[in-house]
Ligand binder design. Structure first.
Ligand code: FAD
Length: 388
């Protein structure tokens, strides 16, 4: 039996704990926050994530509380359709990938995971400051001055990971040159939306607006405005004030539904979009990274949380694999399984940003051809299955 310390009770940390719940290992999750609150309202859950839900113990709960979105639409500024892909319509997505696409509340995902793992293995108010290794264990030093030890540390501490500083010193998240504004609205208040049960990217020059339904009855829409700029992010904070009036002017002349969506977005608060640069390794000694700590990415594929599930389940399988003779062997095998894929999704998400923000006339025809045959271009993403 190993004592496994998970740093971070976010998506990846909770997913790992869920798969480890019935094993002989002793898992403790340490979280810096004083309570478990989720940032952001909605989440897209694609088949490469939902296929893991049974094992995570949350398949039933998520099926009851999420909607199956009908179509993914890509529209130009004026609302004309540039590309589309059936999802639940004609049952296309399930029959293609074997598992559903869900639009869900993040709180539902979090509460389903908490119900499975129980709160007693989570220690709140534990902010990791540093860690050090001895021959046979890792010592974790917390901001409150206390310390704990473990046989292995799983760094699930997100994009600003402290565990990453130990695994790969100097691998800091880099600003992507893009920022976002977030919102949430009742679907009933968005009477101008042409397809409220569908997922839509409204694309323009240097920016796009995303809306997708969440909740069992499509009752809310998650809205995110993505915009190129500023060129640099000099602030320490990840959110900075913005001039809402100025941001709005970028969308003058767009389809009236976009104007209505913007009424429900906090345009006074700009979120910087950061990405973790590829590292030479995701593990060092007895410490290993999962999720955003390893491959924090732009959110355009809606894969950040899901890829942390893939990491978490792979790592849990390897810790429970009797053919693994040591921690070092399990961590090496984990990296072989996951690193190339994590980095591929990162690169693809980055490219998708540029694709969605193309100026008029510059390659939009080729781009739209891709958007009309998404199943050809992104099947690698949705059909993925772990091999460990
Ligand atoms: C606008 C936007 C939209 C997104 N939409 C989607 C989507 O639709 N689908 C999707 O799959 N992903 C989406 N994502 C990405 C997704 O939210 C993240 O990739 C995901 O939450 C990463 O999970 P994680 O467990 O690695 O990190 P997190 O969920 O960030 O969790 C990290 C946890 O570690 C804790 N922590 C941090 N430092 C310490 C420390 N020193 N000590 C102790 N605890 C610590 C934090 O408090 C936090 O609880 C989106 C992201 C953004 C910005």
């Amino acid at each position: 039996m190993a004592r496994i310390a998970v740093v971070g009770a976010g998506m990846g940390g909770l997913a790992f704990a869920s798969v480890m719940r019935n094993t002989s290992h002793q898992v403790t999750v340490y979280e810096q926050a004083s309570e478990l609150a989720e940032l952001g309202a909605g989440i897209s859950l694609w088949a490469n994530g939902t296929r893991l839900f049974d094992e995570m113990g949350i398949a039933g709960q998520m099926a009851e509380r999420s909607c199956e979105t009908e179509v993914a639409f890509f529209r130009n500024e004026d609302g004309s359709v540039a590309g589309s892909q059936f999802l639940a319509r004609e049952n296309w997505y399930r029959s293609e990938y074997g598992y559903p696409y869900y639009g869900a509340f993040r709180t539902h995902l979090q509460s389903a995971l908490l119900e499975v793992i129980g709160r007693d293995i989570i220690q709140l108010n534990k902010q990791l400051v540093t860690l050090e290794e001895t021959d046979d264990k890792v010592l974790l030093h917390w901001a409150d001055g206390s310390q704990d030890s473990a046989d292995v540390v799983v760094g699930a501490d997100g994009i600003k990971s402290v565990v990453r500083k130990y695994v790969s010193p100097g691998a800091n998240p880099a600003f992507t040159g893009n920022s976002a504004f977030r919102g949430l609205a009742k679907t009933a208040d968005l009477n101008l939306l042409p397809e409220p049960h569908s997922f839509t990217d409204w694309m323009g020059d240097g920016m796009h607006v995303l809306n997708f339904p969440i909740g069992r009855d499509f009752e809310y829409q998650t809205i995110v405005v993505f915009i190129d700029g500023p060129e640099q992010w000099t602030e320490e904070a990840w959110r900075i004030p913005a001039d809402a009036q100025e941001i709005r002017t970028h969308f003058d002349g767009w389809h009236p539904a976009v104007s209505q969506l913007l009424d429900h977005v906090n345009l006074n608060e700009r979120w910087g979009m950061f990405q973790v640069s590829p590292m030479s390794s995701w593990h060092r000694g007895r410490a290993v990274l999962i999720g955003d700590a390893a491959h924090g990415m732009m959110p355009h594929h809606g894969q950040g949380a899901i890829s942390s599930f893939e990491d978490a389940v792979a790592l849990a399988h390897l810790f429970n694999d009797p053919s693994m003779t040591s921690v070092a062997e399990a961590l090496t095998r984990y990296e072989q399984e996951r690193k190339a894929r994590g980095e591929k999704i990162q690169t693809s998400s980055r490219r998708l940003n540029d694709c969605l923000h193309l100026p008029a006339g510059q390659g939009r025809t080729e781009r739209n051809a891709v958007l009309n045959s998404l199943e050809k271009h992104f099947s690698w993403l949705h059909s993925y299955q772990l091999s460990v």
